[in-house]
Design a protein around this ligand. Sequence first.
Ligand code: WT7
Length: 647
Amino acid sequence: MSEFSTVLSESRRFPPPPAFAARAHLSSPEVYRRLCAEAEADPDAYWAARAKEELFWKTPFHTVCEWAPPHARWFLGGTTNLSYNALDRHLDTHADTVAIRFEGEPGDRRDYTYRELHAEVCRLANGLRALGVRPGDRVGIYLPLIPEAAIAMLACARIGATHSVVFGGFSAEALRDRMNDAQARVLITADGGWRKGAVVPLLDNVRASLAHGVPTLQTVVVARRTGASLPSLRAQERSWDDVVAGQPATCEPEWVDAEHPLFILYTSGSTGTPKGVLHTTGGYGVWTSLTARWVFDLKPDDVYWCTADVGWVTGHSYVVYGPLMNGATVVLYEGAPTTPGPDRFWDLIARHRVTILYTAPTAIRAFMRLGDEHPKRHDLTSLRLLGTVGEPINPEAWMWYRETIGGGRCPIVDTWWQTETGGILISPLPGVTTTKPGSATLPLPGIHPKILDKQHQEVTEGAGRLFVTRPWPSMLRTIWGNDARFKAGYFGEHPEFYFTGDGARRDADGYFWIIGRVDDVVNVAGHRLGTAEVESALVSNPKVAEAAVVGRPDALKGTALVAFVTVKAGVPTSKALEAELAAHVTREIGAIARPDEIRFAAALPKTRSGKIMRRLLRDVASGQDSKGDTSTLEDLSVLAALRTDDE
Ligand code: WT7
């Protein structure tokens, strides 16, 4: 970060605009302090009140929280259904409000009112039941960002099936591994999706995955999106239309236990295999519903657009569950931000009169580079609130977002959270919090983050590692099928405090500044990747002997991926091999994991005990001189060779 940005970020403060605060759900620091004090004085009473306000409970819960570290259970004895909470609850009051306003990349449009969305969800829920899907069964969802994705998730929730959405940008191999880990019974997909004017061949990927075997899978449901008609379907495949045909537009929800598994979502960790983060129903529902209203200040007349794909947790919590439980109008846009032109986002905002925009710093930086003329050509005055998520936002991008997109009048909420946290934990409240560009500011009421040093001493001002010291309703419950990994990964550092994997700093006002990951996870263009995953993809190529992947700071993507590769004896290295390996990673994981740079090395620098010296490689990758202690280098010439190559 430049010196300018430090000065800028430390000195600039933006209190909530009075007109915004006047009509916000939470509207003053006193309200915030009162809620925090309530949560502190009697956590059970605080959470019980939130849970009762937020959800319809078919059976009331008798116990708020049972905390047997590292396992938490919330709202015990309660039964509910999140599809009922997201849909049926609105039918008496605003059935004709638009729930989903969809625009496809080619420009096609579809609106679903709450009444219509309810009917579609019920039809599919009935159809899935007819296919034999039972409560607790896992259903895979591999779809473009089209209304069917939300419909499929809510249909699963309605019948108590546990969904596992796999981002459409993941490859056939990645899909197969996730379906196998979850032991999915049904997979819902489409013929394809539109991305940058081309078709992403989802059905082909599904067929390729199945060819390698997903033994538990009984049926593939195929929606039509890109073709004039569906290709001829194979055994096991059924068209979406066929599955819902003749099904009634009502469906009795399955009243599930608060701790019933709602979804599994795979995310990257520090080993080669992704982990299935498990979220359950009650606590997740309470917190996503509450935070969607608190942080985005959702009102009946808002048109809310979160640009995330449903393949990520942001799409689960703040495209589907949170906003719909609040009865909001949600914009869904299928395609790329710059198709057909660099102003597609601004054009969408102007035409749909979007009032709330929630997107990633990488997108903001990319738009900044494309030039002000594109947003300036469009009327963005409908916007009243801006949000960011996924990676640290540099103060320059924050200021550009505020001035050029928000016209200087919109509060910005920089929301810190993770797949594992289920919902936002640290964020400004737009009617309450004075913001500082680059800071996620303060914890939401009831959330207890702490920065600890290596000796587990709290750092009240300064930098350290970020923990959450008390359970919260939407925390992950375990890693699907691997509780040992859950324990070691999140509670291995401290037996009772959840370890986030992030480094953070607190300033004199107690504000949190997220620095970035301290583990082997990297955020590339707002997408989370494990360096070990990319390494194992590389070494699965027969020409590769060994690989080490590290992140290097990148002005646009936040972090870029650099792969150091040693090849097997006799394999010549070349530009062509670089391209071949990059394509190999795309095939194994998906284009998001494709290394930005591949460097061939004769050997990788290792400690005496054989550990790859990643710190050194990170320095080499970012062009810095290594300050690391090189005395343990197995072979000093390796370092020298890498440096020479670097020149
Ligand atoms: C990691 C979690 C949360 C939904 C999207 C990403 C980084 C997230 C922020 C923020 C700085 C952030 C962290 C975190 N991150 N939000 N506002 N400021 N960093 O979810 O894929 O689980 O990634 O994203 O490093 O650990 P995810």
